[in-house]
Design a protein around this ligand. Sequence first.
Ligand code: NAD
Ligand code: FE2
Length: 388
Amino acid sequence: MHSDSGTFTFDTTAGLLVEWGGARRLGVVLAEWFAQRKLLIVTDRFLHQSGLLDPAMASLQSAGFEITVFDDVVADPPEDVMIACARMGRDASVDIVMGFGGGSSMDVAKLAAVMINSDQSLADMYGIGKVTGARVPLVQVPTTAGTGSEVTNITILTTGATTKMGIVARQLYADRVLLDAQLTTALPPLQTAATGIDAMVHAIEAFTGKLRKNPLSDLLAKEALRLMAANLVTACTDGQNRPAREAMLLGATLAGQAFANSPVGAVHALAYPLGGHFHLPHGLTNALMLGPVLRHNMQAAAPLYAELADVVLGASRQSVSAKATSFVTFMDDLMNRSGAPRRLRDCNVPADSLPMLAQDAMLQTRLLMNNPVEVTEADALALYRQAY
Ligand SMILES: NC(=O)c1ccc[n+]([C@@H]2O[C@H](COP(=O)([O-])OP(=O)(O)OC[C@H]3O[C@@H](n4cnc5c(N)ncnc54)[C@H](O)[C@@H]3O)[C@@H](O)[C@H]2O)c1
Ligand SMILES: [Fe+2]
């Protein structure tokens, strides 16, 4: 599945700081990185009110930052939240934006940094490379080890009532990222499981991507998977465990760097309609669809799954097909141990919604074209039935 010519492109965020407790001295860090001082912080109400943001805010204020907080981000952000955030930033004449939170907050932050500076309509931005304007400086601070949004060039919005659509553009790469795994210790077990599985799916789908898989995305995906396979269950059961939290956050970011360059496939294409219609958390929807899609892709991806088996289980001299099967079994077992729900029927998804979900999944052409095996609408329906 490597491109025969050896030609590939690879882009990523210019700088990362990995520092346990780094958010407590964020003001000093940002003052070194940027000259701008009128800062828009994009977050959600829970993170704002829970106190998780407080040490960072105090540090920023004492370093001379003038702060405006937008805390109306909700999971699977809709377009009106996006527009309100950009308007707040523009009204306050901010000149720098920081996302602080999970993928939802970081996705809104990165597009706000563009929209504050540009009159292009949101409707014209969907798709790949459609964003025309430049953005103000952008820094991202993830509080979940999941989406990798801190290092991706993608914003996912909910358009209309139920459809999730992506905006992919080089402007959406942040200038700088702070990875402070201490922020993730407050994440409850179920959200740790769901977001961690999302990140593992990013690594797997980047590694098996049909179109843009390359030596760097492979390297990142394998290391991401190694770190997260070894630490997911500990992070879920012992949330204060520093090495496990650090490994999960670094792993999620490496997976983000991988799939920003080798995009995800059918697991995400089938997961998005579940998020759009039933507001299930993004990571959970990935966990629900992973097993069926891994089995569907086996016909083409077995040699790659065999390579991943060596990464998560240690090298062995078994046959390719035995290793590939071991990999799928390993992932199934890991998801069982993570405590995440495993069946659509356990997540209030009505049985008669499956044909509609399959129809909706077909709209995710940007993702389906990366999948190693074609997924027709009939296949999608069969996969939802398996997950049910
Ligand atoms: N841009 C990308 O590349 C990309 C990739 C995958 C997913 N996404 C998008 O990201 C979103 C999902 O992001 P997410 O899974 O990180 O969830 P999220 O940002 O929606 O947050 C989920 C919940 O977790 C809470 N939370 C976050 N950090 C916490 C912490 N440290 N302690 C306690 N609670 C905490 C939040 O307040 C929120 O209630 C979806 O909209 C999805 O489409 C984007
Ligand atoms: Fe994802």
